[in-house]
Design a protein around this ligand. Structure first.
Ligand code: ZN
Ligand code: ZN
Length: 237
């Protein structure tokens, strides 16, 4: 059923010209977004190199990272989580709007990518129950086109989420850290390459990506990068 629906969506895209998901104007550049709305998505050009926290001036380390560096080596979050990206993201994440996800991934790929590229991309996994409820894993849907576009292999079966957790959006920073502690595990017997990037949709406090990074570090990965489509301006709570 899911496969049929996506084939029909593909066919629809071929028959009908793309329309902007935000304002209904004609799509531009093979996107379901018009030129103006695509330009309006807030870019995160000035940020902390280590955690991608938006800053007034670019910096190698923000104040938070100076006090306590995150367990990853570098972050890449080309957009800021704000209007109108937040609207597309919630349609994509909760409204099963995969066209919004495709456009967001295509825009992500147009931003200049970090060097060196990782040897492997791992999307943040969803717990089985959550996946059933939501119908898709938004991190995987973004990671797939990144993997294809950058030519970096992706594995979705290595990093697993055996324990279900509460939605991070309901929690403050301390509770978020506690909530995801021990939530992730690596498949038994996997050998990981030296440089791995973990991909998520939105980084807020970074506690989900940090917990994944710790798992990879413990497994001996030398360099871990944290990639998210968008970074929230400042940790909420
Ligand atoms: Zn538009
Ligand atoms: Zn930082």
């Amino acid at each position: 059923m899911e496969a049929l629906r996506s084939r029909l969506a593909e066919l629809g895209r071929w028959l009908l010209p793309a329309r902007c998901l935000l304002c209904g104007a004609a799509g531009h550049d093979d996107l379901d977004l018009c030129r103006d709305c695509a330009a309006e998505l807030p870019r995160n050009r000035s940020c902390c190199a280590r955690c991608a926290l938006p800053l007034a001036m670019p910096a190698a380390l923000c104040g938070r990272c100076q006090r306590r560096a995150p367990p990853w080596d570098a972050a890449w979050a080309p957009f800021r989580y704000g209007w109108p990206l937040d609207r597309l993201e919630s349609r994509f994440k909760f409204g099963r709007d995969l066209a919004a996800g495709r456009s967001l991934a295509a825009l992500w790929l147009r931003e200049s990518c970090p060097v060196p590229l990782p040897d492997l991309i791992l999307p943040v996994p969803l717990h089985r129950g959550r996946l059933r409820q939501r119908g898709h894993n938004q991190a995987l849907e973004l990671a797939r086109p990144l993997s294809r576009g950058l030519g970096v292999p992706l594995r979705q079966d290595l990093l697993q989420r055996p324990r279900d957790t509460r939605a991070q959006s309901e929690l403050d920073a301390v509770a978020r850290r506690r909530n995801v502690r021990g939530a992730f595990a690596l498949r038994q017997g996997v050998v990981l390459p030296a440089h791995v990037a973990i991909v998520d949709d939105v980084m807020t406090t970074g506690s989900t990506l940090a917990e994944c990074a710790r798992v990879l570090r413990r497994a001996g990965v030398g360099r871990v990068d944290a990639w998210a489509l968008a970074r929230a301006p400042a940790p909420r709570g």
